[in-house]
Design a protein around this ligand. Structure first.
Ligand code: HEC
Length: 219
């Protein structure tokens, strides 16, 4: 009886030692290393704001937006939308007087649940976010449009859309509002090497580029 107990105890102990050894071994071999960059990089997808620099607020671009240019941008939408008063419903709802209206306001249009339940109304910020990426704004939306990545395009389009039956006031631009002023600021700044680290650095990447403001640059 005792003998048998010892044998069993021996096996159990032995098995434990083997298991422990195996786990130490595999732990050594398959050591989980945290990759430098998490996630899978997708080739050909542009990273929007490189170096973590935030985009200028949309009000910055609205200040110099051009409705005529916006009408051109709207050609990308015209496959699915009309924007004239009483215009036909396409794949998407008619967009007459949409700026300022609640999200998903067109009676009788079969909105997705994603948009119907979103809430809020179409102001400059929400419309900009929606047009930048409909999918991010309302995950599950029926609007299969990738989005307008250029803030200039969104600003131009919104100003034009605002002229189609809406009349929202254009927000005041942020304090530093033109490329010329930005350039002047840079020129005015005395070099302060000690503080350089925590000061926002104004360089080509943060300064507004080309686009509509370019004319001001040349003066
Ligand atoms: C492939 C067709 C398609 C294209 C292209 C498209 N849309 Fe849409 N749009 C839709 C659909 C469908 C909906 C309804 C979305 C839902 O219910 O989720 C919609 C909804 C909207 C809404 C919400 C309207 C409301 O009543 O709340 C706005 C604003 C809008 N689109 C603007 C645009 C603009 C501006 C463009 C061009 C930059 C554009 N869309 C391009 C199909 C499209």
């Amino acid at each position: 009886m005792d003998d048998r107990f010892n044998t069993i105890a021996g096996w159990v102990l032995g098995a434990g030692i083997v298991a422990l050894g195996a786990s130490l071994f595999t732990g050594e071999v398959f050591k989980a290393e945290r990759p430098e960059q998490m996630g899978y990089p997708i080739e050909g997808v542009e990273v929007e704001s490189e170096g973590g620099e935030a985009e200028q607020p949309i009000a910055f671009f609205l200040a110099s937006a051009d409705a005529a240019a916006g009408e051109q941008v709207f050609k990308k939408c015209a496959a699915c939308h009309t924007a004239d008063q009483g215009g036909a419903t396409g794949l998407g709802p008619n967009l007459w007087a949409t700026m300022g209206k609640p999200v998903a306001h067109v009676a009788g249009f079969a909105y997705s649940d994603a948009l119907k339940s979103h809430g809020g109304s179409w102001d400059w910020e929400t419309m900009s976010a929606w047009l930048k990426s409909p999918r991010d704004f309302a995950p599950g939306t029926k609007m299969t449009f990738a989005g307008l990545s250029k803030p200039e395009d969104r600003a131009n389009l919104m100003v034009w859309l605002n002229s189609q039956g809406s009349n929202l006031p254009i927000p005041a631009p942020p304090a530093v509002d033109t490329p010329a002023e930005l350039a002047a600021e840079i020129a005015d700044q005395p070099a302060a090497p000690g503080k350089a680290e925590d000061e926002p650095v104004l360089n080509e990447a943060t300064a507004p580029t080309k686009g509509e403001g370019a004319a001001a640059d040349q003066e």
